[in-house]
Ligand binder design. Structure first.
Ligand code: CO8
Length: 374
């Protein structure tokens, strides 16, 4: 059995920013158009008018100030409210693979490695651009990696679940190193026309290189343990799928985009995530309040992370230094959030420091990766 480490990380940031103010302006223009179009039905009580969104509400309810997106004109067009993305010919690199390759190259450079050092690629994200061939195989080919690639989807927990698969492959000796890549083009399946959630998501791609410890550069993060858990819930759901056509279901139906019961998710997932991490740490002989220098948590909601961190820290004071926040800048980037936090906030820690990467989201799914710096 080999000891395993996370040796590098990479981040692709899309070119466009949408602030809460810009987003609310376009949503409110859409609501006005809708209300004008349905004026008679609204007046007769057959339809409810759409109320305006509000930038101050968004920031206070979620902590989000802006999001990055791959294309913004389509999202901000009140007659469209989703991005303009162009279909590419089969012999061109697909968009999801393009952003994955960018993040992967940065992770390799951070680890001081080349594609020749890598045996596998896991593309792990909330949505795949197509059914097949697997995105990971296209990414593997574009990077010039020999070995294998496969896709997996555990929604917001895709990154930590992918890391566990990489860790197991390396620990058992079937791979020397594996790239785990999380391209999240959330803007293409976000419900921009729903006031309750139109502000939640942003686009991004993250990648980490997982390697045998004996091949790792100094300053790498030894993986002390991983722990995954799932409990079925309909509170976060998207019914888009390959059977829609045969079911004669409306392709534009509201349930074919992201849907959630945000309050229920908040209430149910916070205690689950905190208990999951405490139990995982205890199983490794570590205490959640005293032995962990940093928590890189999933980035869905500021109050959610503050609540989870307080549960973990007990009487110890919560600070952004212990549980860094990146969602103000990036919004919720599904599986990539905890990895962005790790990427941005791990170099300042010292040898011996322990950290926890933890994701939580649809499924419900929770994944934790406990690491120690060398
Ligand atoms: N502007 C103004 N008012 C609003 C708005 C708005 N935009 N939205 C709602 N309101 C109103 C509501 O109507 C309500 O009014 P009233 O009190 O009169 O009924 C009031 O504001 C409060 O609304 P909520 O109860 O909905 O507000 P909350 O305080 O609960 O905040 C949040 C809403 C921010 C969504 C919060 O519930 C939250 O963050 N919950 C947790 C969400 C979460 O973690 N979800 C995980 C999803 S991510 C995941 O698992 C990955 C899925 C795959 C990726 C998909 C990519 C597209």
């Amino acid at each position: 059995m080999h000891t395993v480490a996370i040796t590098g990380s990479g981040l692709y940031i899309p070119p466009h920013i949408i602030t809460n103010e810009e987003l609310v302006e376009s949503y409110n223009a859409y609501a006005d158009l809708y209300n004008a179009e349905h004026e008679a039905a609204i007046a007769s009580g057959q339809r409810e008018p759409l109320p305006h969104s509000n930038a101050a509400f968004i920031e206070s309810a979620s902590g989000i100030k802006q999001r990055y997106v791959i294309e913004k004109e389509g999202i901000l067009n009140p007659k469209r409210l989703h991005p303009y993305l162009q279909e590419r010919p089969n012999d061109s690199l697909s968009l999801m693979a393009e952003i994955a390759v960018d993040a992967a190259r940065k992770a390799l450079a951070d680890a001081g490695k080349t594609p020749a050092d890598v045996d596998g690629v896991i593309c792990s994200a909330s949505n795949m651009q197509r059914a097949y061939p697997a995105m990971a195989v296209e990414i593997q080919s574009a990077l010039g990696i020999e070995g294998f690639g496969f896709d997996m989807n555990v929604a917001c927990s895709s990154a930590t679940f992918g890391i566990e698969q990489a860790v197991n492959a390396i620990r058992s000796g079937t791979a020397r190193s594996v790239l785990v890549i999380n391209p999240e083009i959330t803007s293409a399946h976000q419900a921009w026309l729903d006031r309750d959630c139109h502000f939640i998501f942003g686009d991004v791609c993250t990648a980490v290189l997982v390697e045998r410890m004996d091949k790792a550069k100094p300053g790498s993060w030894e993986v002390l343990g991983t722990k995954l858990a799932t409990v079925f819930s309909n509170n976060i759901r998207n019914n888009f799928g390959f059977m829609n056509r045969s079911e004669d279901a409306a392709p534009e139906g509201r349930d074919k985009l992201f849907m959630q019961e945000g309050r229920k998710v908040f209430k149910e997932v916070c205690p689950m995530a905190a208990a999951h991490m405490s139990t995982h740490l205890e199983s490794l002989g570590l205490n959640s309040a005293n032995d962990v220098r940093r928590y890189w948590l999933h980035q869905a909601n500021l109050s959610m992370n503050q609540l989870i961190a307080k549960k973990l820290l007990g009487s110890k004071e919560f600070s952004a230094d212990v549980a860094p926040i990146i969602l103000d800048e990036f919004a919720n980037t599904a599986s990539a959030g905890s990895i962005i936090a790790f990427h941005r906030h791990n170099k300042d820690l010292k040898a011996g420091d322990v950290g926890v990467i933890c994701s939580f989201g649809a499924g419900y799914s929770i994944g934790s990766v406990v690491v120690r710096k060398h």
